[in-house]
Design a protein around this ligand. Structure first.
Ligand code: F6R
Length: 250
């Protein structure tokens, strides 16, 4: 196993710029690259920086293809809190990625069929070139909660109560947070050619330390990235705060 490369920066803005550089390098090498993207709070500065660079003519994302990591069951894609609507609002509409080049798991109809179709769609596109990942405070990646077998590809996941509570900040009524999602599983995530796990803020420090320094185990889903030959972890000082020895910020 090659250990992930860990890069530490002062704050979320520097992290956003560094991850935007990694996206830019991928897209320069391959203008129609397949990007695997998360939603949530962490990627906000990354997407803002990509939108800024795109408006300034510094990057051209119009030919990329996007696969979302996960999607809530029960909201429908036009719901403003759906991950499909979120990525359009925060990134893809603003940088000119056509609507039909952005795919997320289908979450209505027969979910098993939808899961297999999503695996097939990712693989038919040639696989993901660059997969960005956030991390939950309990170590989840995508909606793979602790205990999820590493062998799973796209599957239906029951959200843990801590995850639902963390995500309630995006909803006006906390009861609205769905209880189910369709998510890429660890095995499909590992098929990406490069993984970039991003974390900012002290609330993520324990999960980051468990992922990088604890056992590689389904109990900490993010630890699976240590089975990938090209994984980069981009942190701010606060999220790196429990790593030993403390890495030197760039
Ligand atoms: C969202 C996703 C989740 C988030 C994680 C961290 O698509 O895959 O695993 O990355 O819950 O969320 P934030 O960034 O809001 O702390």
């Amino acid at each position: 196993m090659v250990p992930p490369r860990v890069e530490v920066f002062d704050g979320p803005g520097d992290v956003g710029a560094r991850v935007a550089d990694l996206v830019a390098a991928t897209v320069e090498a391959r203008p129609d690259a397949v990007l695997g993207l998360p939603t949530g709070g962490t990627p906000g500065p990354v997407y803002a920086e990509l939108v800024r660079r795109s408006a300034a003519g510094e990057i051209d994302l119009r030919r990329v293809r996007v696969f979302l990591l996960d999607e809530y069951v029960g909201l429908g894609r036009s719901h403003p809190r759906s991950y499909r609507a979120t990525i359009a609002r925060e990134l893809t509409d603003a940088v000119g990625v056509p609507d039909d080049a952005v795919r997320g798991p289908v979450t209505d109809g027969d979910l098993d069929t939808a899961c297999r179709a999503y695996d097939d769609a990712v693989r038919a596109a040639g696989g993901v070139d660059l997969q960005l990942l956030g991390i939950g405070r309990n170590g989840h990646i995508a909606f793979n909660e602790p205990g999820t077998p590493f062998e799973l590809t796209t599957h239906t996941a029951v959200l843990s109560e801590p995850t639902r509570r963390d995500n309630a900040r995006f909803f006006t009524d906390p009861a609205e947070v769905p209880t189910l999602a369709v998510t890429q599983g660890p095995a499909l995530i590992l098929e990406a050619r490069r993984l970039v796990l991003v974390a900012t803020g002290a609330a993520k420090a324990d999960a980051v330390a468990a992922a990088l320094e604890g056992p590689v185990s389904p109990e900490c889903p993010a630890s699976v990235i240590r089975r990938h030959p090209d994984a980069v972890v981009v942190l701010d000082r606060a999220a790196a705060g429990r790593l030993r020895p403390a890495p030197t910020p760039r």
